[in-house]
Design a protein around this ligand. Structure first.
Ligand code: MGD
Ligand code: MGD
Ligand code: SF4
Ligand code: MO
Length: 889
C-alpha cells in the first residue's frame, strides 16, 4: 500500500521572545518536522535564533498533560469545569468577588488574554487578574503612561538599523533578543560608524560587539541618565521648539539634573570620568540615537523612574518618533505587548481604556454588556500571592506561567498555593513546580496546536497558527475559560466559537469612539471575519479605518495626555541598601539557550548543551576572599534561604556583585531555584519586583565528592545528593552531582541511582587514589548508565562521554569509556558553543590556532556561527581570549 505523505508548510510565529519572528513550519502527517524563518515576516526577514529553530524539538508526548486531573486523579472536562465554576461561585457569594483571582501570562495569546480580562473585570466584577508581565514590563508601562499619557512604544525595529548610536540599557540583547541583535550587527556591517553602547554592570555577550561598555554599579542608572540629561542640556544639545510646544515639566527636570556633573555621576555609578565623557559625547553628536532598555531597567525598585530618566533625554532632544531615534522598551515574552493591549494587568482595562476613569469603565461595561464592573485595581503579582497566603484570596487560576519558580520569595509563593482552597493550573506539562501545587490541572494546547494572535515589541500583530492536532484532551486556554464562564451563567457573553470571533470583539472595542484619541486603534481590522483572520499578514498598530498602519508614533509631537503634551518626570533614585551579613548584590537573568523555567527549552537536546548547570558568576577576587574555586559547588544565601550552584570565576562580573541564572527549577536541579532567594521588593509605582538586586552571601559548600552520570533513555534517575542537576542529551540524560558525605559503598549507591536494571553487565574501576570510583552498566553492547566519582570537580569530556550512548561497546572500548576520555585518535569536540550545528569549543579553538582570526573565518572553518548567529559573541570572546593568551606569551 502506498502511504500518502501529507506534507505542507504553515506560516506562524515563534513562541518565545518579544522579537516575534515569523516561522514557516513544515508539517508531515500531523507532526512538525522542521521550522525555518519566514522571509516575508517584517520582524526577522527569514532569520531565527537557536531557540526558534528548535521549536519542533520541544514537542512530543513526554510529560504532556493529556487530560484534566482533580486531586491527582483523572477527571473529565465536564467535571473539572463544573468544579471550578462551583468553587468560584461559592467563594464569590460568601466572600465577594475580590476573593478569587487569575494569574496569567505574556505567553497567552491575545484572544486568551481578552477572555480572561472580560471574565474577571466585567463578569466576576473585580480586577484580581494579574500576569507575569508584572515581573517583566510593568515599570515600562507606568513610565510610558507618565510621560506619554498612554502605554505606547513609539518606535520600530527599523529604527535600530537607522540609528547612529544604540544604547542598550540593562539589555543582554545578544542572548535575549538574538534576531534583533543580528539585525543591528548586519546594519553595523554596512555602516561601521554606527556605535553600540552597553550599559550593564556585567560584561555580557552583548558587549563583545559593542564599541563602549559602561559597567555601572548595579542600580545607578538614574544618576547616569540624569548626567546625560545635564550634559545635553548644558551643552545646548536640545530641541527647545519641541520642548516648548510639546512637553511639560522641562524646567523642573533641568533643575533636578543640574548637579549631575561628570564628577558626581562618576562617584555614583562607579564609572570612570573618561568613559562617561565618551558616552555623553557620542550621544550629543548623534541625533539618531535609540535607547533600548529591558530588565536591567524594569526590574528595579526605581525601575519606573529609570524609564522616565531615559525618556526625559529623548524628550529634551526631540529624538522621538523619528526614523532612527527614540526610547525603545523591548518586550520579553511573545505576547507581552498583546497582554497590555487587552488590559492584562490588575490596574488596566482592555483596549487601552483606563480602569481608573469611570467614563472608560462605563464604555467597556456597556460594550461587554457586563453585569458588574471592577471599580479599582486588583492585587498586583506580589500582593496577590500575599493575599493568597493570608487567605484573602481563596481560589486562583494560574495559566501559562510557573510562579513557584519565577516569583520573588518563591517558597512563600509555594506555601501560599499549598494553603489556598482551590488552585487551578493550566499548563502543558505535568512536572512543573507550579503544577505540583495544583488541585485541578487542566491540559492546555501549546505552540503549534493553538490559534490566535500575538503582538511583538514593535506593535506588530502576527498570527500563531494551529499547525497540528491538539494532543490528548488538551483545550485552548480561551475555551477552558469560556466553558467556566458559561457554567457560571454567562453563556451569552462567552459563546465564542473560535479565536477569530474573540479577535473581532476585541478589535471592535479598540475602534470604539476612537478617531485617533487612543493610541491603540484597530479600526482597520474590524469585521475581518474568519477568512481575513486566517490570512492575516503581520501588521503594526495603530491601524486606522482605511487600513493604514503606522510604524512610528509621536513624530507630530502629539501625545495622549489631556493637553496632548508629553511630560518630563523627575526621577528619584532609590537608596542603596547594604548589609554586613549579606555583602553581595545578587543579579539574576537569562542565558542564551534556555527559556525561563525550562519547561520547553529544557526538552531540546540542542538547547541543553550550551550551559548545562545552574551557576554563579563571581569575580575572582571575591571568590578568593570567600575561599571559592572554579567549578566548585557554592552556596548562595539570602534572608529567605539557600541555593547550591556551580562557581564560575570571571572578571566579566564586577566585584561585590554575583550573577545567577533564573532558569533552574526543582524539576532540573536539587536546589538551584534562585527566586527562593530573591527579596520581594517592588517598584512603588509599578509593583514590579527588583529581581536584580537581592542582598546575598556566598560561601563554600563543603563538598567532599563530585559526580557525573549518564542515563540512557528508559533508565530513570533516582537522585540522592545535596547537589544534582540533570539535562537532556542525545539518547538520555546527563547528571552532575556533589555531596558532603561519602556513601558506605559507591557500587550500591550507583545501583540505587540507576534502579539496578535487569540483564546488565557492570564494570567497576577504582583508582589507587582515595575517593575515585567509576562504573558503567551495559546491556548487550550498549551503555545504559555510567557514574564517575572524584574528590574534585570531574574533569572528563562530557560531550565525548555522552556520545558513547550511541556507540557499541565491547572489550577495550568499555575500559576506554571508564577512562573518561577519547583515545588520542578520536577528537573531542568539547562543550558545545554553536547549538545549531553542534560545534564544540575545542573545534573552535583549533580553528583559531590554525589561523582563523575573525568570527567569519572561524565560521568558514567549522560552520560555527553561520546559522542563527546567536553564538557569534561567544566565538568572538574565544577569539579575544586566545589573542590575549598569545599576547602574554
Ligand atoms: N534566551 C532567552 N531569551 C529571552 C528570555 C529567556 O528566558 N531566555 N526571556 C524573554 C523575556 S520574558 C525577557 S523579559 C527578556 C529579558 O531580556 P534582558 O532584559 O536582556 O535579560 P536579563 O538577563 O533579564 O537582564 C538584562 C541585563 O540587565 C543587567 N542588569 C542588572 N542590573 C542592572 C542595573 O542596575 N542596571 C543596568 N543597566 N543593567 C542591569 C543584567 O546584568 C543583565 O545582563 O528576554 C526575553 N528573551
Ligand atoms: N530571578 C528572576 N526571576 C524572574 C526574572 C528574572 O529576570 N530574574 N524575570 C521575570 C520575567 S521578565 C518573566 S517574563 C517571568 C517568566 O516566568 P514564567 O512565566 O513563570 O516562566 P515560563 O517558564 O515561561 O512559564 C510558562 C509556563 O506556561 C506553560 N505554557 C507554555 N505554553 C502554554 C500555553 O499555551 N498555555 C498554558 N496554559 N501554558 C503554557 C509552560 O509549560 C510553563 O510552565 O520570570 C520572571 N522571574
Ligand atoms: S529571536 Fe529567537 S526566540 Fe526570539 S522570536 Fe526570534 S526566533 Fe524566537
Ligand atoms: Mo519577561
Amino acid at each position: 500500500m502506498v502511504q500518502v505523505l501529507d506534507s505542507h508548510d504553515v506560516k506562524t510565529t515563534c513562541a518565545y521572545c518579544g522579537v516575534g519572528c515569523g516561522i514557516i513550519a513544515r508539517v508531515e502527517n500531523d507532526e512538525i518536522v522542521s521550522v525555518r524563518g519566514d522571509e516575508d515576516h517584517p520582524a526577522n526577514f527569514g532569520r531565527l535564533c537557536a531557540k526558534g529553530m528548535s521549536l519542533h524539538e520541544t514537542m512530543g508526548q513526554k510529560h504532556r498533560i493529556l487530560h484534566p486531573q482533580i486531586d491527582g486523579k483523572r477527571a473529565s472536562w465536564d467535571t473539572a469545569i463544573k468544579k471550578i465554576a462551583d468553587k468560584f461561585r461559592t467563594v464569590i457569594e460568601e466572600h465577594g468577588p475580590e476573593s478569587v483571582a487569575f494569574y496569567v501570562s505574556g505567553q497567552c495569546l491575545t484572544e486568551d488574554y481578552y477572555v480572561a480580562n472580560k471574565l474577571m473585570k466585567g463578569y466576576v466584577g473585580a480586577a484580581n487578574i494579574d500576569t507575569n508581565s508584572r515581573l517583566c514590563m510593568a515599570s515600562s508601562v507606568v513610565g510610558h503612561k507618565r510621560a506619554f499619557g498612554s502605554d505606547t512604544v513609539p518606535g520600530c525595529y527599523e529604527d535600530l538599523e537607522l540609528a547612529d548610536v544604540i544604547i542598550l540599557v540593562g539589555s543582554n540583547m545578544a542572548w535575549c533578543h538574538p534576531v534583533l541583535y543580528q539585525r543591528i550587527l548586519a546594519a553595523k556591517k554596512t555602516r561601521p560608524n554606527m556605535k553600540i553602547i552597553v550599559v550593564d554592570p556585567r560584561e555580557t555577550a552583548s558587549c563583545d560587539m559593542a564599541d563602549l561598555h559602561i559597567p555601572l554599579t548595579s542600580g545607578s542608572d538614574i544618576a547616569l541618565f540624569q548626567g546625560l540629561f545635564n550634559a545635553l542640556d548644558t551643552d545646548g544639545v536640545r530641541d527647545l521648539d519641541f520642548v516648548n510646544v510639546h512637553t511639560n515639566g522641562y524646567s523642573e527636570a533641568a533643575k533636578a539634573s543640574v548637579s549631575f556633573d561628570i564628577k558626581r555621576v562618576s562617584r555614583e555609578t562607579g564609572v570612570d570620568a573618561n568613559t562617561l565623557k565618551s558616552f555623553y559625547d557620542l550621544v550629543k553628536a548623534s541625533p539618531k540615537t535609540v535607547t533600548v532598555y529591558s530588565q536591567g531597567v524594569n526590574q528595579a525598585v526605581d525601575g519606573t523612574d529609570k524609564v522616565n530618566a531615559i525618556i526625559n533625554t529623548h524628550l529634551l532632544t526631540g529624538r522621538i518618533g523619528k526614523p532612527g531615534s527614540g526610547p525603545f522598551s523591548i518586550t520579553g515574552q511573545p505576547n507581552a505587548m498583546g497582554g497590555r493591549e487587552v488590559g492584562g494587568l490588575a490596574n488596566q482595562l482592555a483596549s487601552h481604556f483606563d480602569l481608573a476613569q469611570s467614563k472608560d469603565r462605563d464604555i467597556v461595561q456597556n460594550y461587554w454588556n457586563a453585569p458588574t464592573m471592577a471599580q479599582s485595581s486588583g492585587y498586583m503579582a506580589v500582593e496577590l500571592f500575599d493575599a493568597i497566603h493570608r487567605g484573602d484570596v481563596k481560589a486562583v487560576w494560574i495559566m501559562a506561567t510557573n510562579p513557584v519558580v519565577s516569583m520573588p520569595d518563591a517558597d512563600h509563593v509555594r506555601e501560599a498555593l499549598e494553603k489556598c482552597e482551590l488552585v487551578v493550573v493550566s499548563d502543558l506539562y505535568d512536572n512543573t513546580d507550579t503544577v505540583k501545587c495544583a488541585d485541578i490541572i487542566l491540559p492546555a494546547t501549546g505552540w503549534g496546536e493553538k490559534d490566535g494572535t500575538i503582538t511583538n515589541s514593535e506593535r506588530c500583530i502576527s498570527r500563531q497558527r494551529a499547525v497540528i492536532s491538539a494532543l490528548g484532551e488538551s483545550r485552548h486556554d480561551w475555551q477552558a475559560m469560556c466553558d467556566v464562564a458559561i457554567q457560571m451563567g454567562w453563556a451569552d457573553a462567552f459563546a465564542f466559537e473560535n479565536p477569530a470571533e474573540i479577535f473581532e470583539e476585541y478589535a471592535g472595542l479598540c475602534a470604539l469612539d476612537n478617531n485617533g484619541s487612543r493610541d491603540l486603534d484597530l479600526s482597520g481590522l474590524c469585521g475581518i471575519g474568519q477568512d481575513g483572520y486566517d490570512t492575516l499578514a503581520p501588521v503594526q498598530w495603530p491601524i486606522d479605518k482605511m487600513g493604514k498602519s503606522q510604524a512610528r508614533l509621536f513624530a507630530d509631537g502629539l501625545f495622549f495626555t489631556a493637553d496632548r503634551k508629553a511630560k518630563f518626570v523627575i526621577a528619584q533614585k532609590s537608596e542603596k541598601r547594604e548589609s554586613e551579613q549579606y555583602p553581595f548584590t545578587l543579579n539574576t537573568g537569562r542565558i542564551r539557550d534556555q527559556w525561563h523555567t525550562m519547561t520547553r527549552t529544557g526538552r531540546a537536546v540542542r538547547l541543553s548543551q550550551h550551559i548545562t548547570e545552574p551557576f554563579i558568576d563571581i569575580h575572582p577576587d571575591d571568590a578568593r576572599a570567600a575561599d571559592i574555586y572554579e567549578d566548585e559547588i557554592t552556596a548562595v544565601q539570602s534572608v529567605h534561604g539557600q541555593i547550591l550552584v556551580r562557581a564560575r570565576l570571571t572578571k566579566r562580573q564586577a566585584k561585590g556583585s554575583v550573577f545567577v541564572p533564573m532558569h533552574w527549577t526543582d524539576a532540573h536541579t536539587a536546589n538551584g531555584r534562585v527566586d527562593k532567594l530573591v527579596t520581594p521588593n517592588v517598584d512603588p509605582f509599578s509593583g514590579q519586583p527588583a529581581f536584580k538586586s537581592t542582598l546575598v552571601n556566598v560561601t563554600r559548600f563543603k563538598t567532599v565528592w563530585y559526580g557525573f552520570a549518564i542515563f540512557a533513555e528508559g533508565i530513570t534517575p533516582h537522585l540522592n545528593a545535596p547537589y544534582w542537576t540533570r539535562s537532556v542529551v542525545d539518547g538520555g540524560e546527563q547528571v552532575e552531582l556533589a555531596g558532603i558525605e561519602i556513601p558506605n559503598d559507591w557500587a550500591d549507591y550507583a545501583g540505587d541511582m540507576c534502579g539496578n536494571p535487569d540483564n546488565t553487565e557492570v564494570l567497576v574501576y577504582k583508582e589507587e587514589r582515595e575517593g575515585v570510583f567509576r562504573t558503567a552498566y551495559f546491556k548487550d553492547d550498549k551503555l545504559v548508565f555510567t557514574l564517575f566519582i572524584a574528590p574534585e570537580p570531574i574533569s572528563l569530556s562530557r560531550t565525548w562521554t555522552v556520545e558513547q550512548l550511541k556507540n557499541t561497546h565491547s572489550g577495550m572500548s568499555r575500559y576506554t569509556l571508564l577512562a573518561g576520555r577519547a583515545g588520542d585518535d578520536v577528537p573531542d569536540k568539547g562543550a558545545i558553543i554553536c547549538a545549531c550545528l553542534g560545534v564544540g569549543v575545542n573545534q573552535i579553538l583549533e580553528a583559531i590556532q590554525t589561523g582563523a582570526s575573525t568570527v567569519d573565518a572561524v565560521g568558514e572553518c567549522t560552520g560555527a556561527g553561520t546559522n542563527c548567529g546567536s553564538c557569534r559573541s561567544d566565538i568572538s570572546h574565544l577569539l579575544q581570549q586566545n589573542t590575549h593568551v598569545e599576547a602574554n606569551q
